[in-house]
Design a protein around this ligand. Structure first.
Ligand code: ATP
Length: 503
């Protein structure tokens, strides 16, 4: 698993998807830059989301709020007081950990162990094997599972040193290697605020302390009435936004899974109080459908319902994805009640209410939120797409099977040889297609090697111009995933590509 993840990171660099920030100065931890291909993939994911949320829903509109906000915003939202992570230090190794992430990592390892037990049994019992039955009758596995569940329940802000000791015991019983084993010298769990501070104004005495926003949602809440009034929006309606957010994350590893500067895609849906259960279920379903529409495998997603809720929520679930390092949160769906708008009313002294003509009364709407990290989605798509394939002739190929709709380059146009007028025809095809799609030209090396290069780059189509093209205006089009080729008219190319890549 670790190997696969390493491959993902090096492939992302080698093909111009993701670079370490400020690499020539040895990088900046948990900050990344997107290269020539990465920027296109990221843009396509953002557009795929925007289309599904804003364009296809006539009651959802967009917004682009500033990163800087009045500092009272973050008092009202609870971030100044409660946006903390539990920290724990190992006095022996002098290493600092985020206590909940540490626990999560070990829980994943324990789950892995359980999975292995299941596989072993499966081998032994063959066709007669029934996983549910096995889990129900195998006391040892049931015990592990119960302990995992109880540890997960205690995850979050209330995590204590004792919880870590519990996990450690379990890990040792199971004989799983971890940095906690053998070390007794831990500090107590401390709380650490994740917001980045900065100053606004040139005069040191009057300068105002600001924060870089740790989430985009608050920009939507403070503009709720602006949008509702000017857009004449009727409840239920939503406001969607994509943009940068900043968190001084303690654990800065796992590549673009957890970054200090990242992009969120959030939607706040304003509803009548009392209808939140229904909308919560609806948005959970909607968002899962969106993920599945990309065809990355149903088995790679699961819901994780939160038992322990944040201060603003009355229900919350994550959509988890199977990353190379296990199932982890990709998106959150939160029923936020009237916490945010109510709190902004209180702190600003301004009414943030809606007159509901149906109920003939004013109220502070409830809010249902969907929140996904664009970079995390990028990692999900990229890592799931990267595959090593054994071919029939005993060679392997590296192929990046990106969903065609998200691929940075939709087609590569390749003249079979660099002469006989074939490059000119290829350039002519590019002139025609480039208004509709990102396309690229490549004439270097044998055509087989060029195919491989495009496979590794994630390009869904290779279009080859050969001598027959001069006779009958046809080309071959090669499909990345099946490697099949067919002969088609140049005039049909646009329709063929559109069918595969249009959002
Ligand atoms: P985590 O538990 O992983 O720290 P969170 O529960 O704090 O995440 P939210 O505050 O609900 O996350 O943020 C919504 C989404 O934003 C997450 O589902 C994730 O996709 C993304 N996200 C949050 N923090 C980061 C980060 N540091 N880097 C990249 N994406 C992030």
């Amino acid at each position: 698993q670790e190997d696969i993840f390493k491959k993902v990171i090096s492939h992302a660099k080698e093909y111009g998807y993701v670079f370490q920030s400020s690499e020539i100065y040895d990088g900046l931890s948990a900050v990344y830059d997107y290269g020539q291909n990465g920027v296109e993939l990221k843009k396509n994911i953002r557009e795929y989301w925007w289309k599904a949320m804003v364009q296809l829903n006539d009651n959802i509109v967009g917004l682009d709020a500033a990163i800087f906000m009045h500092p009272t915003t973050w008092k009202a939202s609870g971030h100044v007081d409660a946006f903390n992570d539990p920290l724990i230090d190992n006095k022996d190794s002098k290493k600092r950990y985020r206590a909940d992430v540490l626990v999560e990592d070990y829980v994943a390892k324990i789950e892995n162990k359980i999975e292995k037990e299941v596989k072993k049994a499966q081998k032994r019992f063959g066709d007669n094997f029934n996983k549910t039955q096995f889990l129900a009758t195998n006391q040892r596995v049931v015990d592990y599972q119960e302990q995992v569940t109880s540890i997960l329940k205690r995850l979050g802000q209330s995590l204590e040193k004792e919880d870590l000791v519990d996990v450690k015991k379990l890990i040792e019983e199971l004989d799983i290697a971890c940095p906690m084993s053998g070390s007794k010298n831990w500090t107590d769990v401390k709380q650490f605020n994740l917001m980045f501070g900065t100053k606004l104004g040139a005069n040191a005495e009057t300068a105002m302390d600001l924060y870089l926003r740790p989430e985009t949602a608050q920009g939507i809440f403070v503009n709720f009435l602006n949008v509702q009034k000017t857009g004449r929006m009727k409840i239920p309606f939503g406001i969607a936004q994509t943009g940068k957010a900043f968190r001084n994350e303690i654990v800065a590893r796992q590549f673009i899974f957890r970054m200090r500067e990242f992009e969120q895609m959030e939607m706040q849906f304003f509803i009548q109080p009392g209808t939140q259960k229904e909308w919560y279920e609806k948005w959970k379903e909607n968002r899962m459908k969106w993920h599945l529409s990309l065809g990355m495998g149903e088995d790679n997603y699961r819901f994780h319902d939160h038992e322990k809720l944040a201060h603003y929520a009355d229900a919350a679930a994550d959509i988890e994805f199977r990353f190379p390092f296990g199932f982890k949160e990709l998106e959150g769906i939160h029923s936020r009640t009237d916490f945010d708008l109510g709190s902004h009313e209180e702190f600003s002294g301004k009414k943030l209410q809606y007159f509901d003509p149906e109920l003939n009364k004013n109220y502070v709407p409830y809010v249902l939120e969907t929140s996904i990290g664009l970079d995390r989605m990028f990692l999900a798509v990229f890592s799931n797409s990267l595959q090593e394939e054994e071919l029939e002739n005993n060679t392997t190929r590296t192929v990046l099977k990106l969903p065609a709709v998200l691929a940075p380059t939709k087609a590569a146009i390749l003249p079979l040889v660099k002469k006989d007028g074939l490059p000119d025809i290829a350039h002519g095809i590019i002139e025609d297609l480039k208004w509709d799609f990102n396309v690229t030209y490549d004439e270097k090396d044998a055509v087989g090697r060029r195919y491989r290069r495009q496979d590794a780059n994630g390009t869904p189509f290779c279009i080859t111009v050969d001598h027959q093209t001069k006779e009958d205006n046809t080309v071959t089009i090669r499909h990345r995933d099946s490697m099949e080729q067919e002969r088609v008219a140049i005039a049909d190319l646009k329709a063929i590509i559109s069918k595969a890549v249009d959002m």
